[in-house]
Design a protein around this ligand. Structure first.
Ligand code: FES
Ligand code: FES
Length: 197
């Protein structure tokens, strides 16, 4: 099997298998398996992002983060590395915080994605967004979208985290500016306003 046929075979295998979902969560983003082959086969996808359905054809090798940023135009989600380390690309994929640079677009077909743009309720900021604003949990802001999505998952799993649990919960997200202290304070503040700690 060679050329386009081989690519098609791989794409079908990936699309059909949940076990090839690449990332378990924001803090644990090493891929189980990476699809690195050169493959220009176009594959139809349909993905719901922030409640709106997007469909089209994408290259089989395209990463979800590039679909979100370049095809849908939601640039709040950032690309900060090419090694699945920084967490700046973190989105919710079917509710789970996921590094969007570790998932192929084709793997996300049929799924629901929430990006930082979808977290607010209209003009009302999400409590985490408010808290990052109020507690100065950012400087350049590059890591902030991924940090907030990861913090959202943390607070859903643990509504009253200790400071050390917050640090542990966000260990898959790297910030090069803040020294993390105000990020921890912001998450603590959001937990309080969301009815937790
Ligand atoms: S861009 Fe995805 S982890 Fe860095
Ligand atoms: S605020 Fe600059 S990287 Fe975090």
């Amino acid at each position: 099997m060679e050329g386009a046929l081989a690519c098609r075979f791989i794409v079908d295998k990936i699309a059909a298998s949940d076990t090839l979902r690449l990332n378990g969560g924001a803090g644990h983003g090493r891929p189980d398996r990476q699809f690195t082959g050169r493959c220009n086969v176009k594959v139809p996808v349909e993905i719901t992002i922030n409640g709106k359905s997007y469909s089209g054809e994408v290259e089989a090798r395209q990463l979800l983060v590039h679909f979100i940023r370049e095809e849908v135009g939601l640039t709040g989600t950032k690309v900060g590395c090419d090694t699945s380390q920084c967490g700046s690309c973190t989105v919710k994929l079917d509710g789970a915080a996921t590094k969007a640079c570790t998932v192929l677009t084709v793997q996300a077909s049929g799924s629901e994605v929430t990006t930082i743009e979808g977290l607010a309720d209209g003009s009302d900021l999400h409590p985490l967004q408010e808290a990052f604003w109020n507690k100065h949990g950012l400087q350049c802001g590059f890591c902030t979208p991924g940090m907030i999505i990861a913090a959202d998952e943390l607070l859903r799993k643990n509504p009253s985290p200790s400071r050390s649990e917050i640090r542990h919960g966000l260990e898959g997200n790297i910030c090069r500016c803040t020294g993390y202290q105000n990020i921890v304070l912001a998450v603590e503040d959001a937990a309080r306003s969301m009815g937790g700690a």
